[in-house]
Design a protein around this ligand. Structure first.
Ligand SMILES: *Cc1c(COP(=O)(O)O)cnc(C)c1O
Length: 407
Protein backbone atom coordinates (compact mmCIF):
# COMPACT_ATOMS: atom_id res chain seq x y z
CA UNK A 1 0.00 0.00 0.00
CA UNK A 2 1.34 3.43 -0.95
CA UNK A 3 1.68 5.76 2.04
CA UNK A 4 -0.34 8.93 1.55
CA UNK A 5 0.86 12.08 3.33
CA UNK A 6 -1.75 13.12 5.90
CA UNK A 7 -2.16 16.12 8.16
CA UNK A 8 -4.37 17.16 11.06
CA UNK A 9 -6.71 19.10 8.77
CA UNK A 10 -7.60 15.82 7.03
CA UNK A 11 -9.30 14.78 10.25
CA UNK A 12 -11.90 17.47 9.76
CA UNK A 13 -12.21 16.56 6.07
CA UNK A 14 -12.70 12.85 6.48
CA UNK A 15 -13.80 11.94 9.99
CA UNK A 16 -17.29 12.01 11.46
CA UNK A 17 -17.00 15.04 13.74
CA UNK A 18 -17.25 13.24 17.08
CA UNK A 19 -13.81 14.17 18.42
CA UNK A 20 -11.70 17.30 18.54
CA UNK A 21 -8.14 15.94 18.60
CA UNK A 22 -5.05 18.03 19.36
CA UNK A 23 -3.60 20.11 16.51
CA UNK A 24 -0.65 17.72 15.95
CA UNK A 25 -0.33 14.07 14.86
CA UNK A 26 1.67 11.69 17.02
CA UNK A 27 3.71 9.27 15.00
CA UNK A 28 5.79 7.14 17.32
CA UNK A 29 6.05 6.21 20.99
CA UNK A 30 8.56 4.53 23.26
CA UNK A 31 7.98 4.02 26.97
CA UNK A 32 6.40 7.23 28.27
CA UNK A 33 7.61 9.46 25.45
CA UNK A 34 5.92 10.26 22.15
CA UNK A 35 6.99 12.11 19.00
CA UNK A 36 4.81 14.00 16.54
CA UNK A 37 5.19 14.42 12.76
CA UNK A 38 7.57 17.36 13.24
CA UNK A 39 9.79 15.40 15.62
CA UNK A 40 8.61 17.30 18.70
CA UNK A 41 8.78 15.11 21.80
CA UNK A 42 6.09 14.75 24.51
CA UNK A 43 5.97 13.10 27.93
CA UNK A 44 2.85 10.94 28.19
CA UNK A 45 0.72 11.38 31.32
CA UNK A 46 -2.44 10.47 29.35
CA UNK A 47 -1.53 6.85 28.65
CA UNK A 48 -4.07 6.56 25.84
CA UNK A 49 -6.78 7.24 28.48
CA UNK A 50 -5.54 4.77 31.11
CA UNK A 51 -4.90 2.11 28.46
CA UNK A 52 -1.14 1.96 27.81
CA UNK A 53 -0.27 0.33 31.13
CA UNK A 54 3.23 -0.58 29.95
CA UNK A 55 3.75 2.61 27.97
CA UNK A 56 4.43 2.48 24.24
CA UNK A 57 6.21 -0.30 22.36
CA UNK A 58 7.10 -2.35 25.43
CA UNK A 59 9.39 -5.20 24.27
CA UNK A 60 7.43 -7.84 26.22
CA UNK A 61 4.15 -6.79 24.57
CA UNK A 62 5.74 -6.59 21.13
CA UNK A 63 7.11 -10.11 21.58
CA UNK A 64 3.69 -11.48 22.59
CA UNK A 65 2.00 -9.70 19.69
CA UNK A 66 4.47 -10.73 17.01
CA UNK A 67 4.81 -14.34 18.18
CA UNK A 68 1.04 -14.74 18.16
CA UNK A 69 0.81 -12.91 14.82
CA UNK A 70 2.83 -15.73 13.25
CA UNK A 71 0.58 -18.41 14.76
CA UNK A 72 -3.10 -17.50 14.74
CA UNK A 73 -5.11 -14.26 14.79
CA UNK A 74 -8.78 -15.07 14.86
CA UNK A 75 -11.22 -17.95 14.75
CA UNK A 76 -14.66 -16.81 15.88
CA UNK A 77 -16.40 -18.45 18.80
CA UNK A 78 -17.26 -21.70 17.01
CA UNK A 79 -13.71 -22.66 18.00
CA UNK A 80 -11.82 -21.82 21.15
CA UNK A 81 -8.08 -21.09 21.30
CA UNK A 82 -5.10 -21.35 23.63
CA UNK A 83 -4.50 -17.64 24.45
CA UNK A 84 -8.15 -17.05 25.45
CA UNK A 85 -8.17 -20.02 27.83
CA UNK A 86 -4.83 -19.02 29.36
CA UNK A 87 -6.05 -15.45 29.92
CA UNK A 88 -9.31 -16.69 31.47
CA UNK A 89 -7.30 -18.88 33.88
CA UNK A 90 -5.08 -15.93 34.87
CA UNK A 91 -8.10 -13.74 35.63
CA UNK A 92 -9.84 -16.51 37.59
CA UNK A 93 -6.72 -17.42 39.59
CA UNK A 94 -6.13 -13.83 40.70
CA UNK A 95 -9.65 -12.49 41.35
CA UNK A 96 -12.95 -13.52 42.99
CA UNK A 97 -14.25 -14.78 39.65
CA UNK A 98 -14.98 -18.32 38.40
CA UNK A 99 -16.01 -17.44 34.86
CA UNK A 100 -15.05 -14.90 32.20
CA UNK A 101 -16.72 -13.48 29.08
CA UNK A 102 -14.44 -11.67 26.61
CA UNK A 103 -15.34 -8.75 24.37
CA UNK A 104 -13.56 -5.77 22.85
CA UNK A 105 -14.25 -2.70 24.95
CA UNK A 106 -15.42 -1.39 28.27
CA UNK A 107 -18.90 -0.56 27.02
CA UNK A 108 -19.36 -4.11 25.76
CA UNK A 109 -18.18 -5.56 29.07
CA UNK A 110 -20.76 -3.43 30.90
CA UNK A 111 -23.44 -4.27 28.33
CA UNK A 112 -22.83 -7.95 29.07
CA UNK A 113 -22.94 -7.31 32.82
CA UNK A 114 -26.24 -5.41 32.65
CA UNK A 115 -27.82 -7.99 30.34
CA UNK A 116 -26.75 -10.79 32.70
CA UNK A 117 -28.25 -8.88 35.64
CA UNK A 118 -31.55 -8.43 33.78
CA UNK A 119 -31.66 -12.14 32.91
CA UNK A 120 -30.97 -13.14 36.53
CA UNK A 121 -33.70 -10.76 37.68
CA UNK A 122 -36.10 -12.28 35.14
CA UNK A 123 -35.37 -15.81 36.35
CA UNK A 124 -35.78 -14.91 40.01
CA UNK A 125 -39.00 -15.53 41.95
CA UNK A 126 -39.68 -11.77 42.11
CA UNK A 127 -41.85 -10.29 39.34
CA UNK A 128 -40.42 -7.21 37.55
CA UNK A 129 -37.00 -7.54 39.14
CA UNK A 130 -35.44 -5.43 36.39
CA UNK A 131 -34.43 -2.12 37.94
CA UNK A 132 -30.85 -0.91 37.73
CA UNK A 133 -29.44 1.56 40.22
CA UNK A 134 -26.54 3.71 38.99
CA UNK A 135 -24.91 6.97 40.06
CA UNK A 136 -24.82 10.59 39.01
CA UNK A 137 -21.70 11.42 36.98
CA UNK A 138 -20.98 7.75 36.34
CA UNK A 139 -19.51 6.65 33.03
CA UNK A 140 -20.09 3.14 31.71
CA UNK A 141 -19.63 3.47 27.94
CA UNK A 142 -21.54 4.58 24.84
CA UNK A 143 -23.90 1.78 23.84
CA UNK A 144 -27.48 2.84 24.41
CA UNK A 145 -27.81 0.66 27.54
CA UNK A 146 -24.46 1.67 29.08
CA UNK A 147 -24.77 5.36 28.22
CA UNK A 148 -28.20 5.36 29.89
CA UNK A 149 -26.67 3.71 32.95
CA UNK A 150 -24.05 6.49 32.90
CA UNK A 151 -24.96 9.48 35.01
CA UNK A 152 -24.61 12.30 32.48
CA UNK A 153 -27.93 12.85 30.67
CA UNK A 154 -26.20 15.06 28.06
CA UNK A 155 -24.61 11.88 26.62
CA UNK A 156 -27.88 9.95 26.31
CA UNK A 157 -30.81 12.34 25.91
CA UNK A 158 -30.35 12.88 22.15
CA UNK A 159 -30.85 9.16 21.52
CA UNK A 160 -34.20 8.62 23.23
CA UNK A 161 -36.21 6.48 23.63
CA UNK A 162 -33.76 5.04 26.12
CA UNK A 163 -33.70 1.68 27.94
CA UNK A 164 -36.06 1.83 30.89
CA UNK A 165 -35.91 1.19 34.63
CA UNK A 166 -32.50 2.74 35.25
CA UNK A 167 -32.36 5.01 38.31
CA UNK A 168 -29.61 7.40 39.37
CA UNK A 169 -28.68 8.53 42.86
CA UNK A 170 -25.88 10.79 44.15
CA UNK A 171 -22.46 9.13 44.44
CA UNK A 172 -21.26 8.39 47.99
CA UNK A 173 -24.77 9.03 49.37
CA UNK A 174 -25.60 5.76 51.12
CA UNK A 175 -29.00 6.88 52.39
CA UNK A 176 -30.11 7.77 48.84
CA UNK A 177 -28.76 4.49 47.47
CA UNK A 178 -30.48 2.47 50.21
CA UNK A 179 -33.76 4.18 49.44
CA UNK A 180 -33.39 3.33 45.73
CA UNK A 181 -32.40 -0.34 46.18
CA UNK A 182 -35.50 -2.51 46.56
CA UNK A 183 -36.66 -6.05 45.74
CA UNK A 184 -37.25 -4.74 42.20
CA UNK A 185 -33.54 -3.96 41.82
CA UNK A 186 -31.64 -6.52 39.75
CA UNK A 187 -28.29 -4.70 39.91
CA UNK A 188 -26.32 -1.77 41.22
CA UNK A 189 -23.48 -0.62 38.95
CA UNK A 190 -20.65 1.53 40.26
CA UNK A 191 -17.08 2.59 39.51
CA UNK A 192 -14.87 2.21 42.64
CA UNK A 193 -13.32 5.48 41.47
CA UNK A 194 -15.38 7.53 39.03
CA UNK A 195 -12.91 8.16 36.21
CA UNK A 196 -14.55 10.33 33.56
CA UNK A 197 -16.76 11.82 36.27
CA UNK A 198 -13.84 13.63 37.91
CA UNK A 199 -11.51 11.01 39.49
CA UNK A 200 -13.85 10.69 42.46
CA UNK A 201 -13.16 7.75 44.81
CA UNK A 202 -16.06 5.89 46.44
CA UNK A 203 -15.86 5.80 50.24
CA UNK A 204 -15.14 2.31 51.55
CA UNK A 205 -18.13 2.59 53.91
CA UNK A 206 -20.32 3.49 50.94
CA UNK A 207 -19.21 0.38 49.02
CA UNK A 208 -19.79 -1.77 52.11
CA UNK A 209 -23.25 -0.28 52.51
CA UNK A 210 -24.08 -1.02 48.86
CA UNK A 211 -22.93 -4.62 49.31
CA UNK A 212 -25.26 -5.00 52.31
CA UNK A 213 -28.20 -3.40 50.55
CA UNK A 214 -27.67 -5.60 47.48
CA UNK A 215 -27.54 -8.72 49.66
CA UNK A 216 -30.67 -7.68 51.55
CA UNK A 217 -32.63 -7.31 48.28
CA UNK A 218 -31.07 -10.01 46.11
CA UNK A 219 -29.49 -7.49 43.74
CA UNK A 220 -26.17 -7.95 41.99
CA UNK A 221 -23.32 -5.55 42.72
CA UNK A 222 -21.44 -4.72 39.53
CA UNK A 223 -18.05 -3.01 39.79
CA UNK A 224 -17.10 -1.20 36.61
CA UNK A 225 -13.32 -1.47 36.82
CA UNK A 226 -12.75 -0.58 33.19
CA UNK A 227 -10.56 2.34 34.27
CA UNK A 228 -9.42 1.21 37.75
CA UNK A 229 -8.49 -2.37 36.84
CA UNK A 230 -5.23 -4.18 36.09
CA UNK A 231 -2.96 -2.42 38.57
CA UNK A 232 -4.11 1.16 37.98
CA UNK A 233 -4.71 1.83 41.70
CA UNK A 234 -1.72 -0.17 42.92
CA UNK A 235 -3.94 -3.21 43.60
CA UNK A 236 -4.65 -5.65 40.79
CA UNK A 237 -8.31 -4.54 40.95
CA UNK A 238 -9.63 -1.64 43.02
CA UNK A 239 -12.17 -3.86 44.83
CA UNK A 240 -9.18 -5.40 46.59
CA UNK A 241 -8.51 -2.04 48.27
CA UNK A 242 -11.97 -2.03 49.88
CA UNK A 243 -12.52 -5.65 50.83
CA UNK A 244 -15.92 -5.45 49.11
CA UNK A 245 -16.37 -8.26 46.61
CA UNK A 246 -18.69 -7.60 43.66
CA UNK A 247 -20.89 -10.16 41.88
CA UNK A 248 -19.71 -9.00 38.49
CA UNK A 249 -16.60 -7.03 37.54
CA UNK A 250 -15.88 -5.44 34.19
CA UNK A 251 -12.38 -4.72 32.92
CA UNK A 252 -10.94 -3.28 29.70
CA UNK A 253 -8.61 -0.27 29.11
CA UNK A 254 -5.29 -1.42 30.69
CA UNK A 255 -6.16 -5.09 30.16
CA UNK A 256 -4.71 -5.15 26.65
CA UNK A 257 -2.00 -2.55 27.25
CA UNK A 258 -3.19 -0.86 24.03
CA UNK A 259 -4.69 -3.82 22.20
CA UNK A 260 -8.51 -3.59 22.29
CA UNK A 261 -10.04 -6.14 24.68
CA UNK A 262 -12.62 -6.17 27.46
CA UNK A 263 -13.94 -8.78 29.85
CA UNK A 264 -16.78 -9.46 32.25
CA UNK A 265 -15.89 -11.55 35.31
CA UNK A 266 -18.40 -13.30 37.55
CA UNK A 267 -19.00 -16.34 39.74
CA UNK A 268 -20.42 -19.73 38.69
CA UNK A 269 -23.82 -19.12 40.26
CA UNK A 270 -24.44 -16.04 38.12
CA UNK A 271 -22.70 -17.22 34.95
CA UNK A 272 -25.02 -20.23 34.85
CA UNK A 273 -27.97 -17.96 33.97
CA UNK A 274 -26.50 -17.35 30.53
CA UNK A 275 -26.91 -20.22 28.08
CA UNK A 276 -25.49 -20.77 24.60
CA UNK A 277 -26.78 -18.08 22.26
CA UNK A 278 -27.93 -15.59 24.92
CA UNK A 279 -25.10 -13.16 24.21
CA UNK A 280 -21.87 -12.95 22.23
CA UNK A 281 -19.54 -11.01 19.95
CA UNK A 282 -17.53 -12.01 16.88
CA UNK A 283 -14.18 -10.72 18.09
CA UNK A 284 -14.54 -11.74 21.75
CA UNK A 285 -11.65 -13.99 22.72
CA UNK A 286 -9.63 -13.01 19.64
CA UNK A 287 -6.32 -14.87 19.89
CA UNK A 288 -4.07 -11.87 19.19
CA UNK A 289 -5.84 -9.71 21.79
CA UNK A 290 -5.73 -12.45 24.42
CA UNK A 291 -2.07 -13.28 23.80
CA UNK A 292 -1.11 -9.64 24.34
CA UNK A 293 -3.43 -9.23 27.34
CA UNK A 294 -2.12 -12.40 28.99
CA UNK A 295 1.43 -11.12 28.76
CA UNK A 296 0.53 -7.61 29.95
CA UNK A 297 -1.45 -9.08 32.87
CA UNK A 298 1.41 -11.35 33.92
CA UNK A 299 3.87 -8.46 33.77
CA UNK A 300 1.69 -6.16 35.88
CA UNK A 301 0.50 -8.71 38.43
CA UNK A 302 3.75 -8.78 40.43
CA UNK A 303 4.55 -7.16 43.79
CA UNK A 304 7.30 -5.19 42.02
CA UNK A 305 5.05 -3.49 39.50
CA UNK A 306 2.10 -3.01 41.89
CA UNK A 307 4.30 -1.54 44.65
CA UNK A 308 5.94 0.59 41.96
CA UNK A 309 2.54 2.11 41.19
CA UNK A 310 2.16 3.15 44.84
CA UNK A 311 5.66 4.65 44.91
CA UNK A 312 4.97 6.56 41.70
CA UNK A 313 1.67 7.75 43.20
CA UNK A 314 3.52 9.26 46.15
CA UNK A 315 6.12 10.90 43.94
CA UNK A 316 3.53 12.24 41.51
CA UNK A 317 1.27 13.65 44.24
CA UNK A 318 4.22 15.38 45.92
CA UNK A 319 5.19 16.90 42.58
CA UNK A 320 1.66 18.19 41.97
CA UNK A 321 1.55 19.62 45.48
CA UNK A 322 4.80 21.48 44.99
CA UNK A 323 3.44 22.99 41.74
CA UNK A 324 0.36 23.94 43.75
CA UNK A 325 2.42 25.56 46.48
CA UNK A 326 3.67 28.00 43.81
CA UNK A 327 0.55 28.55 41.74
CA UNK A 328 -2.51 27.55 43.86
CA UNK A 329 -4.32 26.00 40.89
CA UNK A 330 -5.71 22.93 42.66
CA UNK A 331 -8.39 22.72 45.32
CA UNK A 332 -7.35 19.16 45.95
CA UNK A 333 -5.46 16.26 44.39
CA UNK A 334 -7.34 12.95 44.60
CA UNK A 335 -7.42 9.42 43.23
CA UNK A 336 -5.36 6.30 43.81
CA UNK A 337 -2.24 4.78 42.30
CA UNK A 338 -1.72 6.25 38.85
CA UNK A 339 -5.26 7.50 38.39
CA UNK A 340 -4.97 11.03 39.71
CA UNK A 341 -7.17 14.10 39.51
CA UNK A 342 -6.18 17.69 40.17
CA UNK A 343 -9.38 19.56 40.97
CA UNK A 344 -9.06 23.15 39.74
CA UNK A 345 -9.62 26.04 42.12
CA UNK A 346 -12.73 28.15 41.50
CA UNK A 347 -10.58 30.81 39.86
CA UNK A 348 -9.64 28.28 37.13
CA UNK A 349 -12.98 26.45 36.94
CA UNK A 350 -13.89 25.43 33.40
CA UNK A 351 -10.27 25.73 32.18
CA UNK A 352 -9.21 22.08 32.21
CA UNK A 353 -9.30 21.80 28.39
CA UNK A 354 -7.32 25.00 28.02
CA UNK A 355 -4.63 23.63 30.34
CA UNK A 356 -4.43 20.45 28.23
CA UNK A 357 -3.64 22.63 25.18
CA UNK A 358 -1.08 24.73 27.05
CA UNK A 359 0.48 21.52 28.37
CA UNK A 360 0.79 20.02 24.89
CA UNK A 361 2.59 23.18 23.75
CA UNK A 362 5.09 22.52 26.53
CA UNK A 363 5.46 18.85 25.51
CA UNK A 364 3.30 17.11 28.09
CA UNK A 365 0.13 15.09 27.37
CA UNK A 366 -2.55 15.08 30.08
CA UNK A 367 -6.29 14.36 30.29
CA UNK A 368 -9.36 16.08 31.63
CA UNK A 369 -12.20 14.56 33.65
CA UNK A 370 -15.01 17.02 33.13
CA UNK A 371 -14.38 20.74 32.83
CA UNK A 372 -12.72 21.30 36.20
CA UNK A 373 -10.40 18.35 36.76
CA UNK A 374 -7.00 17.55 35.24
CA UNK A 375 -6.60 13.78 35.02
CA UNK A 376 -3.35 11.85 34.93
CA UNK A 377 -3.24 8.16 33.94
CA UNK A 378 0.29 7.41 32.78
CA UNK A 379 1.99 4.09 32.18
CA UNK A 380 2.17 2.01 35.38
CA UNK A 381 5.94 1.72 34.88
CA UNK A 382 6.64 5.32 33.90
CA UNK A 383 10.26 6.13 34.86
CA UNK A 384 10.58 8.54 37.80
CA UNK A 385 12.67 10.85 35.56
CA UNK A 386 9.75 11.05 33.14
CA UNK A 387 7.37 11.96 35.97
CA UNK A 388 9.79 14.74 36.98
CA UNK A 389 10.28 16.00 33.43
CA UNK A 390 6.53 15.86 32.74
CA UNK A 391 5.78 17.80 35.92
CA UNK A 392 8.38 20.45 35.00
CA UNK A 393 6.62 20.91 31.68
CA UNK A 394 3.20 20.94 33.37
CA UNK A 395 4.47 23.61 35.75
CA UNK A 396 5.50 25.77 32.78
CA UNK A 397 2.02 25.33 31.26
CA UNK A 398 0.36 26.29 34.53
CA UNK A 399 2.72 29.26 34.79
CA UNK A 400 1.47 30.37 31.36
CA UNK A 401 -2.16 29.98 32.44
CA UNK A 402 -1.77 31.99 35.63
CA UNK A 403 0.22 34.66 33.73
CA UNK A 404 -2.50 34.95 31.03
CA UNK A 405 -5.20 35.02 33.68
CA UNK A 406 -3.57 37.83 35.64
CA UNK A 407 -2.51 39.83 32.54
C1 LIG B 1 -13.67 4.06 29.44
C2 LIG B 1 -14.69 3.51 30.33
C3 LIG B 1 -15.77 2.76 29.85
C4 LIG B 1 -16.02 2.56 28.38
O1 LIG B 1 -14.99 1.83 27.78
P1 LIG B 1 -14.91 1.80 26.18
O2 LIG B 1 -13.75 0.88 25.93
O3 LIG B 1 -14.67 3.21 25.74
O4 LIG B 1 -16.18 1.28 25.68
C5 LIG B 1 -16.66 2.23 30.77
N1 LIG B 1 -16.50 2.41 32.08
C6 LIG B 1 -15.48 3.12 32.58
C7 LIG B 1 -15.35 3.27 34.06
C8 LIG B 1 -14.55 3.71 31.74
O5 LIG B 1 -13.55 4.45 32.24
Amino acid sequence: MKEVAVSRSNFDDWMVPLYAPAPFILERGEGSRLWDQTGKEYVDFAGGIAVNALGHAHPVAIKALTEQAHKLWHLGNGYTNEPVLRLAKQLIDHTFADKVFFCNSGAEANEAALKLARKIGLMSQTPNKNQIVAFNNAFHGRTLFTVTAGGQPKYSQDFAPLPQEIYHVPFNDLAAAKAAITDQTCAVIIEPIQGEGGVMPADVEFLKGLREACDAHGALLIFDEVQTGVGRTGALYAYMNSGVIPDILTTAKSLGGGFPIGAMLTINKHAAHFVVGDHGTTYGGNALACAVAGTVFEFINTPDVLDGVKQRHQHFVEGLQSINAKYQVFKTVRGAGLLLGGVLNDQYAGQAKKIVSLAAEQGILILVAGTDVLRFAPSLIIPFEDIDEGLRRLERAIGRLTFEQSA
